[in-house]
Design a protein around this ligand. Structure first.
Ligand code: FMN
Length: 310
């Protein structure tokens, strides 16, 4: 008798947004999506988050801006981007033809700029949600970013939630003492979801020249090196907030992604893996599906938060 392959329901539900599957490409590692069209079918992804957008175009930091470390990557790109006008006029019309969720990562040098970005983008169609990157250095607060304190997180999330008509995902920095406190501040301020983690503040130096390897001295560490810490933070936050959590940090395989789902994430993002293998995110979707088939899981949603701790 021929066995018919049972199909797994891969859909993910963030409440305000239903995704084809729980895998999104992470901001800053996937360009504006279109750059990856030669390598993968963008419609096989749950969606993607475009690189961080400030109001005006930005050049980013001078090179060298990327350095490889043991199981990781340190970047100091400095949020290079085209700005809201060029994005809306040249890129968004191309993205609108895709049947996949397009999420815009929103940046600002101060709270007014974040608000100006969402107010401008609110007038454009074809954006599923905003991901608020609260890790941008604030020029009015001596370079400190809003993600570093519950108060500044609360104030910014509240303001942006009130200013925008779209669902808001707040993306947290891991460079804090208590990630749960920051997540709770974002939830109290009305965020619709929480994404974590952004990169870990790091540096690398060349022993022979005794110089930092990055021109900026400091950068953000990502990739498999951060996965255990990211997983711990996602678990802590998911067990303490009611809004959905999107987990990321070092996801390279379907098994890595499934660990974040079991720890409580409703969806995941894939970042550094896109540099190693440009169709990593689509491969990860296929690996999740195979694992579910092999383990008799009919719908991937069923495994969210099923971690057994006792
Ligand atoms: C080169 C590079 C650029 C990034 N740019 C952004 C960005 O513009 N906005 C943002 O919120 N996160 C940015 N990130 C962080 C990633 O979206 C992600 O949170 C982080 O890298 C952890 O996931 P990973 O280990 O899978 O890469 C960037 C990461 C890298 C490596």
């Amino acid at each position: 008798m021929a066995m018919t392959k049972k199909s797994v329901d891969l859909t993910a539900d963030l409440g305000f947004l239903k995704l084809r599957n729980p895998v999104l490409a992470a901001s800053g590692t996937f360009g504006y999506g279109l750059e990856f069209e030669p390598y993968l079918d963008l419609e096989k992804l749950g969606g993607f988050v475009v690189k961080g957008l400030y109001y005006k175009p930005r050049e980013g930091n001078p090179p060298p801006r990327l350095v490889e470390t043991a199981s990781g990557l340190i970047n100091a790109i400095g949020l290079q981007g085209v700005g809201v006008e060029a994005f809306s006029e040249k890129i968004l019309p191309e993205l609108r033809r895709l049947k996949t969720a397009v999420i815009v990562n929103v940046c600002g040098a101060d709270d007014d700029e974040y608000a100006a970005v969402v107010e401008y983008l609110d007038k454009q169609d074809g954006i599923a949600a905003y991901e608020l990157n609260i890790s941008c250095p604030n020029v009015k607060a001596e370079g400190l970013c809003p993600a570093l304190s519950p108060r500044t997180t609360f104030d910014l999330v509240k303001r942006i939630k009130a200013a925008s008509r779209r669902p808001l995902i707040t993306k947290l920095s891991p460079n804090v003492t208590s990630i749960v406190e920051i997540a709770k501040a974002a939830e109290e301020a009305g965020t619709d979801a929480i994404a974590l983690v952004n990169t870990f503040l790091a540096m690398a130096l060349d022993l022979e020249t005794r110089r930092p390897k990055l021109r900026n001295v400091f950068g953000g560490l990502s990739g498999p090196a951060i996965k255990p810490i990211a997983l711990r933070m996602v678990y802590q936050v998911a067990s303490r907030v009611r809004v959905p959590v999107i987990g990321m940090g070092g996801i390279m395989t379907g098994a890595d992604a499934l660990e974040f789902l079991v720890a409580g994430a409703a969806a995941v993002e894939v970042g550094t893996a896109n540099f190693v293998d440009p169709d990593a995110a689509v491969r990860i979707v296929a690996e999740i599906e195979s694992w579910c088939e092999a383990h008799g899981v009919a719908a991937v949603r069923e495994i969210v938060g099923t971690i057994m701790v006792s």
